[in-house]
Write a protein that binds this ligand. Sequence first.
Ligand SMILES: NC(=O)c1ccc[n+]([C@@H]2O[C@H](COP(=O)([O-])OP(=O)(O)OC[C@H]3O[C@@H](n4cnc5c(N)ncnc54)[C@H](O)[C@@H]3O)[C@@H](O)[C@H]2O)c1
Length: 410
Amino acid sequence: MTFDTRFCFGNLLADYHFEILNFIMSKILNFIMSKVKDVKIIPQDHIDEGTSFAKALKDLKDPIPSLPAEPITISIVGAGQRGSGYAFYSKMNPKLAKVVAVAEPKESRRKKMQETYNIPNENVFSDWKELAKRPKISDAIIIATLDHLHMEPAIAFADLKYHVLLEKPMAINLDECKKITDAAIRNKIVFLVGHVLRYTPHNRLIKRIIDSGLLGNIINIQHLEPVGNWHFAHSYVRGNWRKEQDSCFSLMTKCCHDIDLMLHWNDSPCVKISSFGNLSHFNSKNKPTGAGEAKRCLDCAYEPSCAYSAKKIYIEPFEKGNHHWPVSVVTDVLDIEHLVDALKTGPYGRCVYECDNDVADHQVVNMEFANGATATVTMVAFTESICTRKTNKFDAYLIKRPGFLVLWGR
Ligand SMILES: NC(=O)c1ccc[n+]([C@@H]2O[C@H](COP(=O)([O-])OP(=O)(O)OC[C@H]3O[C@@H](n4cnc5c(N)ncnc54)[C@H](O)[C@@H]3O)[C@@H](O)[C@H]2O)c1
């Protein structure tokens, strides 16, 4: 018996990014202050028969960081989608954190961050390398550049003794990961990778339930990441993560969170792994005949029928008032003229069957852990829901049959 629990945390989705950013920031601040906080344990009766999972979720409160004497100072490297999101934490929690420096090549983003956080001119840089030439100017640094630009700044700022929050994926190959790890260890800094899914209320609850032993030993986990059709088209066909050479393979760029969760939940090293995947749909072979020679949605006769129409993904939501992601990725200037212009000339207006993408649109992974447990992870692009990894309800039925656990979780 399985239950889709999206209803339980559907209302959290709107606040999803702030929730996880808040939590991860509270973690880094806590570490910096070297104060271990009590973590509330969900009482067993919250997951007994008849008690709602929603109630347990609601009762799971983030630990509240103790107030430092002065806000922790933070420099932002890369003032894009994620860098701006993390910086916003300081707006919401001015007693805890203060953004004091920014490094960002794009003038409009750099200026916006400078204005939003009143950053003095001498702390505004157009490249992280300029910031790294200065002695340390903040307690911590957030590195939110694109994937292939993680290793160099991570090592440079670790060597300057900044505490580092590095966006996921940590790096694009094992060698780079090892070099970053060495730098963090030799400098004895607080170092976190932005595996934010560990910190969502839902996943923290799952971890606590597993650790409580209530389910017995975990034998098998089945995990599904339904990326979502237009989300996949946005990021992995038209966007930043479409080409392995420019970032990494899609399982890494999308599902490193999911693989991380398998390790986090199992708490045992993975000893065997196999994986297969393909780019099956987003290529010229599947271009609808009605699209003819059109290379862009705004010139395409088939556009009204196409699930991947840029008009439907960006213009219509913008006209209904969505000025956030994904529209904010398409243009920095959020008005209809700039948006239409970006779709006529930029990457996000391209036909999804005529792009230069090469990453897989579906992939499966089989894992075996040292404790004998197994897990399967499936990533698939072609779903209606967007990243709503589902978690079966931990109800009495499952609890009375410990040892087999199906987790479809966000
Ligand atoms: N944790 C998550 O769930 C999650 C979600 C989305 C993205 N990410 C990761 O976050 C990172 C950033 O993604 P994003 O969507 O914010 O990308 P983005 O393109 O919006 O932002 C990256 C920024 O880095 C800037 N940059 C480039 N070179 C630089 C340099 N030399 N010095 C300083 N800044 C420089 C770019 O100009 C850009 O503004 C990526 O690694 C991505 O994989 C994580």
